[in-house]
Design a protein around this ligand. Structure first.
Ligand code: M6R
Length: 362
């Protein structure tokens, strides 16, 4: 059952610290500064790959975009992320040195299965990152990395997103150590950030009252915009998807630097902008983008690690600074924001209209 929560989504948002502990448990080798993962893929293959293709849909696609940031930085391997329904195998890369990673919570998404089948048919090695033991995808790929989030009932993916990114952060560390692009010392520091995640997420859950009040203040807005850079950009996309999915309100995520190239025309006094000022990606530049929207009269809600409240932000939600994973923690604040906007509007949060938990048609 819902264990006293009004919705499964709310329960699952609150389960995140434990889901993360479960995802991490036994997978950190502190002495070696490495992730201990049961990866069956051959070490020599993983050392030789020169390209990674990530295929996924929806929220899992956003987890893939986040993982690209981590893989390119830590593993130094060019990584491309495709919506599974758009994935085409083209020439111009060595299929024997390409790893195709399918990210799928359910392991049953038809678009993702079909992308993996195309990859396999052209001789590429495949890895699934999934929550579901025994799912179809696990029978089709060469290897599987489980995210161990526990069952997710709400149609909106919450704890599985956070667990997917965490599992992929462990995988990036593992690959980086194997390929010697990450030193033991760097490994220790990345894994330290991973270990801090559950408590960092808990600190956001503890601020729910304030986030609920903010959601209430802005429920009647015309639209909601989310902006971020670096790893916060996919989180901006994800936050917008969550809000539109469960509240039916217009919400869009943009790369912070891209606003002025068009979307700024949408910004008014009645379109709150939620901005990630993550230290991991030029917060000063994002702050300049915040000034641009503030001068158009838009209310600005900032998610910031800097400790101080920025004068251009109408509201600041403080995010614990845990390096590259900080936008993941900020995401939890916006899960709660989306939840409370939808709850204000009495939406059927666990079963939004027109949507299904797992999409088994292409
Ligand atoms: O099971 P999958 O991770 O393959 O599902 C992919 C998408 O259908 C899914 O993430 C969808 O976008 C969520 N309902 C969003 O909350």
């Amino acid at each position: 059952g819902k264990a006293g929560h009004d919705h499964y989504m709310h329960k699952e948002i609150h389960e995140q610290p434990n889901a993360l502990r479960q995802a991490i448990s036994g997978r950190i080798d502190e002495l070696a500064g490495n992730a201990s993962l049961d990866i069956a893929l051959d070490d020599r293959f993983l050392q030789a790959i020169d390209e990674i293709h990530i295929v996924a849909c929806g929220t899992s696609y956003h987890a893939g975009l986040y993982a690209k940031e981590l893989l390119e930085e830590l593993v130094d391997v060019s990584t491309r992320v495709d919506l599974a329904s758009e994935y085409e195998v083209r020439n111009g890369h060595d299929t024997r040195r390409t790893l195709v990673v399918a990210v799928t919570q359910s392991g049953e998404t038809a678009d993702t299965l079909s992308a993996i089948r195309r990859a396999k048919a052209s001789g590429m090695t495949t890895l699934a990152v999934t929550n579901t033991v025994g799912s179809t995808i696990t029978r089709e790929v060469d290897d599987t990395l489980f995210i161990k989030a526990g069952p997710e009932i709400g149609v909106a993916a919450t704890k599985t997103f956070v667990s997917q990114v965490t599992a992929l952060a462990l995988f990036a560390t593992y690959l980086g150590r194997l390929r010697e692009t990450v030193s033991a010392c760097e490994g220790v520091s990345i894994l330290e950030n991973v270990r801090q995640l559950p408590n960092a997420v808990q600190s956001i859950l503890d601020a729910e009252g304030r986030i609920r009040r903010l959601a209430k203040t802005y429920t009647d807005s015309d639209a909601f915009f989310f902006i971020g850079r670096g790893p916060a950009y996919p989180v901006a996309l994800e936050s917008a998807l969550k809000l539109k999915e469960i509240s039916y309100e217009h919400a869009e995520g943009f790369a912070a630097g891209e606003l002025k190239h068009g979307p700024l025309a949408l910004v008014t006094e009645n379109t709150p902008v939620l901005a990630f000022l993550n230290q991991s990606a030029s917060p000063e530049e994002t702050l300049n983008n915040v000034k641009e929207v503030e001068s158009r009269g838009a209310p600005v809600i900032c998610l910031s690690t800097s400790g101080g409240t920025e004068s251009f932000c109408d509201h600041t939600i403080e995010i614990p600074d845990i390096g590259r994973l900080e936008p993941l923690v900020a995401n939890v604040a916006l899960q709660l924001f989306a939840y409370h906007v939808a709850d204000q509007m009495n939406r059927p949060i666990d079963k939004p209209r027109n949507l299904a938990k797992s999409v088994t048609v292409e």
